[in-house]
Every structure is written in C-alpha cells, then in structure tokens.
Design a binder for this molecule. Structure first.
Ligand code: RP5
Length: 176
C-alpha cells in the first residue's frame, strides 16, 4: 500500500540550493513540530515565472504559511508576498561579504501593503517557530507542540544564564 502523504501547510522556498544549509533549520524544526511542509528552489530573478506561479497558487494548494530565504539582493520573500495574501516569513541568508546585512535590509524594508515578517540573519529556526505560532491560532494540536518546543528552548536559555552567572561570579571572586 502507498504511504499516505499529508498535505503541506508550510512551504519553504529559497533562491538557490546554496541557501539549504541555513534553510534546513526551518525544515528540521517543522519536522519536530510535526507540521507537514514542502521545499522548493525558486529564484526571483532566475525563474521569475515559476516563482509567480508558485505564489499565486499557494493558497489553492493548501499552503498556509510561506517561509522564504534568500541572500544578497534578496527580493524573493518580497516578490512572493506581492503575489499572495498568505503570511510570508523572510529569512535573510548570510552569503556575501556584507555578512547578511544586504539580505536583511532587502527583506525587512518592504513598503506598506506588502508585509514580510523578517527574522534575524540565518535564523531559519525562528521562521519555523513563527510559522508554527501562526498555524497554532487555528490548530490546537500544533499549538500544543509549539508551546512544548518554545518552553524547552526558553528553559535552556534560562539555565544558560544561571550557569553563566555562576561562572562569572567564580571568576570575579578569584580575581579579588
Ligand atoms: C540568491 O543568490 C540566493 O538566495 C542565494 O542566497 C544567492 C546565491 O545563489 P547561488 O549563486 O549560490 O546559486 O538569489
């Protein structure tokens, strides 16, 4: 019997497969959250027609959130956002000597009417968490898994600060 695949509710798109090492973090996080997703390479300047076709049909195809990553003159997230009303989360990818700042500014500086929710440079994990949070508004089972993952991450961050405080105090005591 053929394995039944669930319909993707998140699409992860990127300008090049060279973005994958960064964008994989979004894929891995969505797997952990058990959110069905699909992955595409689509370039705003190299395959503009394919990109538009994807964006225009995304809602009809069941996609509810799009995560779009690109580096350099990163117009992919904004171009996709201009052709759909599905929420778009942009991931600036660090690929040039500008250390991702070029992509960050390209993605975050969208004008009124074409919003792109932009995460930090290379932070594809946050893009997936944000997508999970958006979906959790209308899906209680995703909400539970997102809550579990967020509380785990926050607990770890909390413990790290406690450990840092202890080691800093030890260092300071030693230098007195
Ligand atoms: C952007 O150009 C892509 O998103 C990628 O980050 C960058 C470089 O692409 P490649 O030259 O590695 O294909 O469109």
């Amino acid at each position: 019997m053929m394995k039944k695949t669930r319909r993707s509710v998140v699409a992860i798109v990127m300008g090049s497969d060279s973005d994958w090492p960064v964008m994989k973090k979004a894929f891995d996080t969505l797997q952990l959250l058990n959110v069905p997703c699909e992955v595409h390479v689509l370039s705003a300047h190299r395959t503009p027609k394919r990109m538009l076709e994807f964006a225009e049909n995304a809602r009809a195809n069941g996609v509810k959130v799009i995560i779009a990553g690109a580096g350099g003159a990163a117009h992919l997230p904004g171009m996709i956002a201009s052709a759909t009303t599905i929420p778009v989360v942009g991931v600036p990818v660090h690929i040039t000597k500008a250390a991702g700042l070029d992509a960050l500014l390209s993605i975050v500086q969208m004008p009124a009417g074409v919003p792109v929710a932009t995460v930090a440079i290379d932070n594809a994990q946050n893009a997936a968490l944000l997508a999970g949070q958006i979906l959790s508004v209308s899906d209680l089972s995703i909400a539970k898994r997102v809550e579990k993952k967020l509380s785990l991450l926050r607990k770890r961050a909390h413990q790290k600060v406690i450990r840092s405080q202890k080691s800093l105090q030890t260092l300071v005591r030693k230098s007195l």
